[in-house]
Design a protein around this ligand. Structure first.
Ligand code: TMP
Ligand code: MG
Length: 297
């Protein structure tokens, strides 16, 4: 039976045979895809990270900005603040992706990073009415094939939860400007709180950083309860912390996790293959998720 499954997905989803696609257990992946296909789109939900998962890591050899880094614009912040935010990135990003440290070791550093950046942003009195322009001027890009991904989920009425430790206001603007902020899209993220004159004064709710998405998921349990009729989950992420995004779900039947391995490939390959069902190495496209969705919906 396994051999037949192997044949089937090989011919139906040739994207899975690409050299950049790594799998710890190909048969299990194929069985899961088959089971999801049998259950159909009504049983499916998709949970995805945003920065460096739906958005590109790089384009033509140049790094693309995360939602936080989109704010690195003269419209919004002064040079001193820019410099400080860049220094924080240079200090903390290597810790975020360090293969030699545990999540527990990274946690306090991530809280420090996010808290410092958010304080700086508040000091800059960022204006809400300039955010759209900053997004337009940025080099932020969604992965190649993003439109097929978002449009198909909308057509099939499959809910897409974007669960981001980035900035919700910016993320929404990016997907709006790319014309894919469809009604089936829900966002859990860090949202800005503006005063009456439209100036940033705080951040709403509990801080979400890369490694506390589990707590965020449990906090939003009500959202997940609404989706309990959809027992199958496709999860997309680029950080090992993203794997906890589905922890708010109580009744999962079949889950398939896809991880984009963008950076520090050799150092992190083993841990990614051990943690994600499918690992996409330096792949700036949505080709694999799209091919899987095309097959199961
Ligand atoms: P994500 O959960 O949507 O991927 O967003 C988190 C990413 O944002 C994470 O990889 C670190 C990154 N980040 C920056 O690039 N700059 C910053 O100032 C902060 C706080 C985070
Ligand atoms: Mg990410």
């Amino acid at each position: 039976v396994l051999a037949i499954w192997h044949q089937l997905t090989k011919s139906e989803i040739p994207e899975l045979a690409k050299a950049s696609v790594l799998m710890r257990d190909r048969s299990r992946v194929e069985e899961t895809i088959q089971a999801m296909q049998r259950a159909g789109p009504d049983a499916l939900q998709v949970i995805s990270d945003f920065d460096m998962t739906l958005s590109r890591f790089a384009h033509n050899g140049k790094r693309c900005p995360t939602t936080h880094n989109i704010l690195d614009n003269d419209l919004l912040i002064n040079d001193t603040c820019k410099k400080m935010i860049r220094e924080l990135l240079n200090t903390y990003y290597p810790i975020e992706i360090d293969a030699t440290r545990t999540v527990e070791e990274k946690l306090p550093h991530m809280v420090e990073w996010w808290t410092s950046v958010h304080e700086l942003l508040i000091q800059q009195k960022i204006r809400r009415d300039l955010l759209a322009q900053a997004v337009k001027q940025s080099s932020a890009m969604l992965r190649e094939g993003y439109k097929v991904f978002f449009d198909r989920l909308q057509e099939q009425q499959v809910p897409l939860l974007i669960f981001s430790a980035g900035l919700g206001d910016i993320l929404e603007e990016v997907i709006r400007q790319n014309h894919v902020f469809h009604p089936n899209v829900h966002v859990i993220s860090n949202y800005m709180d503006f005063d009456q004159s439209g100036v940033l004064r705080a951040f709403k709710g509990q801080l979400i950083h890369t490694f506390n998405k589990r707590e965020g998921a449990l906090l939003h349990a009500a959202h997940f309860r609404e989706l309990k009729e959809r027992p199958n989950v496709l999860l997309l992420g680029d950080s090992l912390g993203d794997l906890t995004m589905a922890d708010g779900l109580a009744h999962t039947q079949h889950a398939l996790t896809i991880g984009f391995l963008n950076d520090q490939v050799e150092e992190r390959k083993e841990s990614y293959v051990n943690s994600y069902d499918i690992v996409l190495v330096k792949d700036e496209t949505m080709d694999v998720p799209n091919a899987i969705l095309n097959y199961i919906t």
